[in-house]
Ligand binder design. Structure first.
Ligand code: UDX
Length: 435
């Protein structure tokens, strides 16, 4: 099938590359000439495990092409994916200007029946707006389908190629047929394609992200209470996660959720709710708790150093909002850097993938280190912000020889308490006893 993908951000690029991998002819369209030029030269703009191989193979074999010209990009396409940004506007609601601009441009360009697919996370009712915008200029029949994407950064290719489910919002039988054909290679293992109306599909995406953000936040509050009553959140996680009604995943307490989806989508859903005269109270609590959770360790750092952090050298391990990505959007590390610098600290940071992105935001306010140990030289304390696997089993002897004080503030619960006690560390983690 010939496919066009408009917008080559995270979702667009993964969608385009993976559909090329399943044998389709894909053209990716973006207004960023520099980005398109680079992709034509074989340079992939994001870090995502496994994606580069697919990107290069499909580009080399001619199934994946790039253009800045919308008319050229959609020529002959049976389906057109819209994978455009929906950034939060000033009031927290998702801004649709990019999507509606493309929808307006698309109308007059369509030459034959086409399925236009909203892949971005968009507020309920958007597919109707997109439909209306295309209708203004269209002379041929078309359908607008809502097909939210559930992939996680870091495991995007796997999530895309083997989705738990595919959600498709359309009432059109003609569009259903096209979508079934397109997704057939991805659901061969029996995972379902769930058809519903457009509004329900749009709502499904927000409900999924808001539910997961709530699940994490619930555990973060349990963790906060565990610290006060002397219980251990790791044990609670095992204790409740084994109940199949609750499930094991997304129960890890820490310094809050970040990334490009959860914060934005929870906020947008709360806004949609208010616009419909309903106060979604749980979401307000989730946002408030998460805001506090991000810098939860700072008061402990303050207290440990007698409320005087002036001139203290703090080592920070991990900057990305989670491992296996270079994405720092809403990353807790950034909030911690700000608080530490404001308190007068010198911050030395290391992250395997995200340092370039941090440098473009934070500049030279922090020192960037070549490896995790370089940060530790004469550091007064170590703060852990992201659970990269390499931080889980470090060379503790080497750490001890470099650190000025044997103290770790761990926002991701990487180490066992017994192990820390034995090695004589002062160790603060989340929802567990301080040792
Ligand atoms: C998320 C959704 O999972 C995905 O379905 C959607 O399409 C986009 O948003 P992503 O943002 O890539 O994906 O990351 P995810 O792995 O879901 O983690 C989100 C945040 O939650 C991270 O900050 C992570 O550290 C945090 N988290 C996750 C926890 O704090 N505890 C957990 O148990 C799990």
């Amino acid at each position: 099938m010939k496919i066009a993908v408009v917008g080559t951000g995270y979702v667009g690029l993964v969608t385009g590359t993976c559909f090329a991998e399943t044998g389709n002819q894909v053209t990716c369209v973006d207004i960023d000439e520099n980005k398109i030029e680079k992709m034509r030269a074989g340079e992939i703009p994001i870090y995502e495990p496994g994606l580069e191989d697919l990107f290069l193979r499909n580009s080399n074999e001619g199934r994946l092409q790039f253009t800045t010209n919308l008319a050229e990009g959609i020529e002959g396409a049976k389906v057109i994916f819209l994978a455009l940004p929906t950034p939060p506007g000033e009031d927290g609601s998702a801004d649709l200007k990019y999507i509606l601009k493309v929808a307006n441009d698309l109308g007059p360009l369509l030459k034959d029946y086409t399925v236009i697919i909203d892949k971005s996370t968009v507020p309920v009712g958007t597919s109707e707006k997109v439909h209306a915008a295309i209708s203004k200029g269209a002379k041929v029949p078309f359908d607008v389908v809502s097909n939210p994407e559930f992939l996680r950064e870091g495991v995007a290719v796997e999530d895309f190629m083997k989705p738990d489910r595919v959600v498709i919002g359309t009432k059109s039988e003609r569009a259903k047929e096209v979508m079934n054909k397109l997704y057939a290679p991805l659901v061969r293992q029996g995972n379902p394609i769930i058809f519903m109306d457009e509004r329900s599909a749009e709502m499904t995406k927000y409900a999924a992200n808001a539910f997961l953000a709530t699940k994490i936040t619930f555990m973060n509050e349990i963790a906060n209470l565990c610290e006060l009553v002397g219980a251990n959140v790791d044990d609670i996680r095992k204790g409740i996660g084994t109940d199949s009604r609750i499930g094991k995943r997304f129960l890890f307490a820490g310094i809050g959720y970040g990334g490009s989806c959860f914060p934005k989508d929870v906020q947008a859903l709360a806004k949609t709710s208010l616009e419909n005269d309903y106060k979604f109270q749980i979401l307000d609590a989730v946002m408030n708790v998460n805001e506090q959770q991000k810098t939860k360790l700072i008061p402990a750092v303050q207290e440990f150093f007698g409320n005087n952090l002036k001139g203290k050298k703090i080592a920070m391990w991990g900057l990305a909002f989670k491992p296996y990505t270079d994405d720092i959007r809403e990353a807790p590390a950034l909030y911690n850097i700000d608080s530490l610098i404001e308190a007068g600290c010198e911050v030395h940071v290391y992250d395997p993938e995200a340092m370039k992105n941090v440098q473009s935001v934070v500049g030279n306010k922090v020192t960037y280190c070549k490896n995790p140990y370089e940060c530790l030289q004469d550091a007064d304390a170590l703060l852990i912000m992201t659970e990269w696997p390499q931080f889980r089993t470090p060379d503790f002897d080497k750490m001890e020889s470099l650190l000025k004080n044997k103290i770790i503030f761990d926002g991701r619960n990487l180490y066992e308490l017994d192990q820390m006690k034995e090695m004589g560390y002062t160790y603060y983690s989340i929802g567990r006893e301080r040792v």
